[in-house]
Design a protein around this ligand. Structure first.
Ligand code: PRP
Ligand code: URA
Length: 209
């Protein structure tokens, strides 16, 4: 069964189209990335386990449902993943946030690690790794490997846009990881950029170019 999920909710697709537009400036880009991340997180967390718990309404005692199972952690891949953190935290305010710093070598397109800080209690958590772009898949695959190496197994990956190449790499390297995207685009260009894509996510979020 495929572990790749395309979230085709109309609100996500509408906002994604504005994100893609080259005329959308950093302020609106940031706001929309945050909103889409929140909406996607709603779907990504759809299978969280629930348990019965008692609650007293103003009228009487009754049974309700609350989230059970492992606590959640969110790991943005620096730097563009940072743009997705706030939206998820609005939905899951108790999530702890780890950071994995990777940049793509512009020639080899291989990820280079430069920073990592995860919560002390990571082994007790399930993680959602976030990055707007799944291009060659090298960065996401490296981040998942890092998190697996510290003993975590409940890992999901959430990206706005993917290239078929990145999806294939994740399926091959980490077939046990669910991958959530808002769209799978056509292909990569010779510089490893997603076509049609949205350009450089980090630069558009932070206005660096
Ligand atoms: C971008 C993006 C991903 C990576 C995707 O980051 O945010 O992390 O490229 O490419 P891949 O799937 O081929 O690995 P970039 O390396 O440009 O760093 P930045 O976020 O600091 O701009
Ligand atoms: N990183 C980006 O920011 N954009 C792409 O299209 C590919 C990698």
């Amino acid at each position: 069964m495929s572990r790749v999920h395309v979230i085709n909710h109309p609100l996500v697709q509408h906002k994604l189209t504005i994100i893609r537009n080259k005329s959308t400036g950093p302020k609106e880009f940031r706001e929309l990335v945050k909103e889409v991340s929140l909406l996607m997180a709603y779907e990504v967390t759809r299978d969280l386990p629930l348990e019965e718990s008692e609650v007293e309404t103003p009228i009487c005692k009754t049974k309700g449902l609350t989230i059970a199972g492992k606590k959640i952690g969110v790991i943005p891949i620096l730097r563009a993943g940072l743009g997705m953190v706030e939206g998820i935290l609005e939905l899951i305010p108790t999530a702890k946030v780890g950071h994995i710093g990777l940049y793509r070598d512009p020639d080899s397109l291989e990820p280079v690690e430069y920073y990592c800080k995860l919560p002390d209690d990571s082994h007790e958590r399930d993680f959602i790794i976030i990055d707007p772009m799944l291009a060659t898949g090298g960065s996401a695959a490296a981040a998942v490997k890092y998190v697996k190496n510290i003993g975590c197994s409940g890992i999901k990956l959430m990206c706005l846009l993917a290239a078929p190449e990145g999806v294939a790499r994740m399926e091959k390297s980490h077939p046990d990881v669910d991958v959530y995207v808002a769209a799978i685009d056509e292909k990569l260009n010779s510089h490893g950029y997603i076509i049609p894509g949205l350009g450089d996510a980090g630069d558009r979020l932070f206005g660096t170019k």
